[in-house]
Design a protein. Structure first.
Length: 408
């Protein structure tokens, strides 16, 4: 059994309120209210979480053999810790990296074997350089995270650390930090749109009464009359106000059309997508898209957005979860072929090509598409209706076929 286990806590009923957020989410909850930020973070984290992190054994010739009957396979693909499934674990790790710039998970070991991967919110971890045996050594200090009995100082080999963009290669910087100006503009645009519609789409203005000097009471009466006719709370958001002959109303607000509110909100989508390396099409902005665009966007997303993040995860897990002596013949890699599961045409084309060149056996293909094993399906097959180019050039006058061994 593992050494560090989750502390038992008293079960208390918590009433849901508008401000009920975990403390470590308070600084990121506001940007997540923007639909584009939410979509980009949800898209990338979900795309990572759906991929199995397969473990392989590598032989002397570099060939990989799946290794599924080991504890590390269960930890990476089923239950990283006692509180999370594989999907939840990788989703929160990816979301933490995107929103806070760093993702951390403590590696609980027993007799040098991995027992659990315990996710730690990044605001509970700080990096320190201590002088140990006359040399500066990096250590991770964990504070304020009382869900588990974790050591205060953690050695680097016991901490999964995945930084996002980094200036020093040690600490990651949140994408929200780089995008703070864009996010502020987007937030202000949304707040302005919300306030405009909340006010019944009415604009501010000046009511002029010519040739009269009103008393304080008369002004207050006019305010009340105007408010009762146009206030959306009273049920008259677009009510009609009767003006006397010497009264004139002059709007002073900039209209949404003049302020290009809709154009600004649409540009905000594109600008936020740039920071997450996500095409606006993946964020459901289909204003300038076609079927060909959507098809190309999927490949672009895999190569430009997902592949760099997957590489970060793979390299960090490979150098931390395996012992130094195991790294030469053991490796963990995400199985990206899962992304073809819902695209049957692409899946069929891929496996057909692999079968035709003898790279995949029938039973291997049937296993990947969830079909049972068949007799004789453990052999590789290749097409036989081909011949060397020199024999084709020589030709055969009587029209008979010449096989590779020269027989007819």
């Amino acid at each position: 059994m593992g050494i560090f286990r989750r502390k038992k806590k008293e079960v208390r009923e918590v009433l849901p309120t508008a401000s009920f957020y975990p403390s470590w989410l308070e600084s990121t909850s506001t940007p997540m209210l923007l639909s584009t930020v939410y979509r980009c973070v949800d898209l990338i984290s979900d795309s990572i979480a759906v991929l199995p992190l397969e473990t392989y054994r590598i032989d002397a010739d570099g060939f990989k053999t799946p290794m599924r009957d080991t504890e590390i396979f269960d930890i990476l693909n089923l239950e990283p810790n006692e509180d999370m499934t594989r999907f939840v674990f990788f989703k929160v790790m990816a979301a933490s990296m995107l929103l806070r710039g760093n993702a951390y998970a403590y590696i609980e070991r027993e007799n040098n074997r991995v027992q659990q991967l315990i996710y730690i919110p990044s605001n509970h971890v700080s990096i320190e350089f201590l002088k140990i045996d006359g040399k500066k050594r990096k250590r991770y200090r964990v504070t304020g995270f009382d869900d588990y009995d974790l050591p205060a100082l953690v050695d680097p080999q016991d901490m999964i650390h995945i930084p996002d963009f980094s200036y020093d290669g040690i600490t990651g910087v949140s994408r929200l930090t780089h995008a703070r100006q864009t996010l502020q503009i987007a937030s202000d645009s949304e707040a302005h749109a919300s306030g405009f519609f909340k006010s019944g789409a009415n604009m501010a203005g000046v009511l002029t009464i010519e040739g009269a000097r009103l008393t304080k009471e008369q002004k207050a009466q006019n305010y009340r009359e105007w408010e009762s006719r146009t206030n959306p709370v009273t049920g008259n958001p677009n009510g009609v106000v009767i003006l006397e002959g010497n009264q004139k109303y002059q709007p002073i607000s900039v209209t949404p059309k003049d302020s290009q509110l809709l154009e600004s909100r649409q540009f905000n989508v594109i600008d936020i997508c740039r920071f997450f390396s996500v095409s606006p099409v993946k964020a459901f902005d289909l204003t300038k898209s076609s079927y060909a665009t959507i098809e190309a966007t999927q490949l672009e997303f895999l190569n430009d957005t997902l592949l760099p993040v997957l590489t970060k995860f793979e390299t960090e897990f490979n150098r931390k979860v395996f012992l130094r002596a195991e790294r030469k013949n053991m490796i963990a890699e995400f199985n990206t072929s899962v992304l073809l599961r819902t695209d049957k045409a692409s899946q069929a084309s891929y496996w057909n090509t692999m079968f035709q060149i003898g790279a995949a056996k029938p039973n291997e293909i049937r296993r990947e598409v969830n079909l049972s094993r068949v007799e004789g399906g453990d052999e590789t097959f290749v097409q036989v209706n081909v011949q060397p180019l020199k024999k084709a050039a020589a030709g055969n006058p009587d029209g008979t076929n010449i096989t590779n061994d020269g027989t007819e």
